[in-house]
Design a protein around this ligand. Structure first.
Ligand code: R2B
Ligand code: URA
Length: 287
């Protein structure tokens, strides 16, 4: 980008900058970046990685590097960075611009990015982990459309096939985590945009909803979430290896409301974390 070589670069939403912080010293050793929607979940992931990597010190001392701003949270545990991105494409897109510049300014090399998240399943048992093959839009196209200067730019959302397969292999080495590789649909809304009947607005019938979900299923889609296409497109454009790993919280053929008990949902959300932790430990030669 023409501006990244400027005298000063302020990563506004992280409250970090090239003049105010020694970014290579703070982040230069990062090899794995894990992003997910919720700040608390990304703190929990950092604490989990701290244990898994046998890091020195106490988990309660892992501080939020972005605590001065409440837009995003960021935690560092050895070579692992854990960052929250909020909900939806605009929120994750802003975070990724600044994250990718952070990695560039810090002179990081060979970094792998993971999005770990939640999703609605299509014809899968709740709790199934989906490793994304193709991230597709609401029309089942493997692309992300961005409006730039009043024109639509189309970017490919292809992810790293080798990385997905390696993650699937990792899942077979862990007990009791049903895992599949399948397409993931990314929408710009949780309710009508995902064919839900229970939003404040609903402009279609139950039969029309089910027909859309059946079409998605035919296109190889097994889960629906809200960030995968822009995540895949931006990582690809910037030559960063990336994977998307989301657990399904419900089967959308069965309903729309997430009525599962809180404790069960918490356990489900730990599944992508366990898978990525296993992958990282293998890559670091810790197992
Ligand atoms: C999954 O969960 C969130 C909506 O509940 C959204 O960020 C997503 O992709
Ligand atoms: N996240 C989504 O985007 N959709 C769901 O159904 C569940 C979680």
């Amino acid at each position: 980008s023409p501006q990244t070589g400027a005298v000063q670069d302020i990563l506004y939403h992280f409250n970090l900058g090239t003049k105010t912080h020694n970014l290579p010293a703070m982040f230069g050793d990062i090899k794995f970046v894990c992003v997910g929607g919720s700040a608390n979940r990304m703190r929990a992931f950092a604490q989990f990685m701290h244990q898994e990597l046998g890091q020195p010190g106490h988990v309660d001392d892992i501080r939020d590097i972005c605590e001065e701003t409440d837009r995003y949270s960021m935690f560092k545990v050895g070579p692992v960075l854990s960052v929250s991105h909020g909900m939806g494409a605009p929120s994750i897109s802003i975070m990724l611009h600044e994250l990718i510049k952070l990695l560039y300014h810090s002179r990081c090399r060979d970094v792998i990015l993971f999005r770990i998240g939640t999703s609605g399943g299509i014809g899968l048992a709740p709790g199934t982990v989906v490793i994304t093959d193709k991230a597709v839009d609401s029309f089942f196209r493997p692309q992300f459309e961005q409006v730039v200067l009043g024109k639509v730019i189309v970017r490919s959302t292809e992810l790293d096939e080798g990385l997905s397969k390696e993650l699937l292999q990792c899942s077979t080495e862990l007990p009791d985590i049903p895992t599949v590789i399948a397409n993931t649909m990314c929408t710009h809304d949780f309710y009508e945009g995902q064919g839900r009947l229970d939003g404040a607005l609903c402009s279609f019938s139950t039969e029309e909803k089910l027909e859309y979900l059946r079409k998605a299923h035919e296109a190889g889609v097994r889960n629906i979430e809200m960030e995968s296409t822009v995540f895949a497109a931006m990582c690809r454009m910037c030559n960063l290896k990336a994977a998307v790993i989301c657990v399904t919280l419900l089967n959308r053929f069965e309903g729309d409301q997430i009525s599962t008990h809180h404790d069960v949902l918490v356990e489900y959300q730990q599944r992508p974390q366990g898978l990525v932790a296993h992958f990282i430990k293998k890559r670091l030669g810790l197992m």
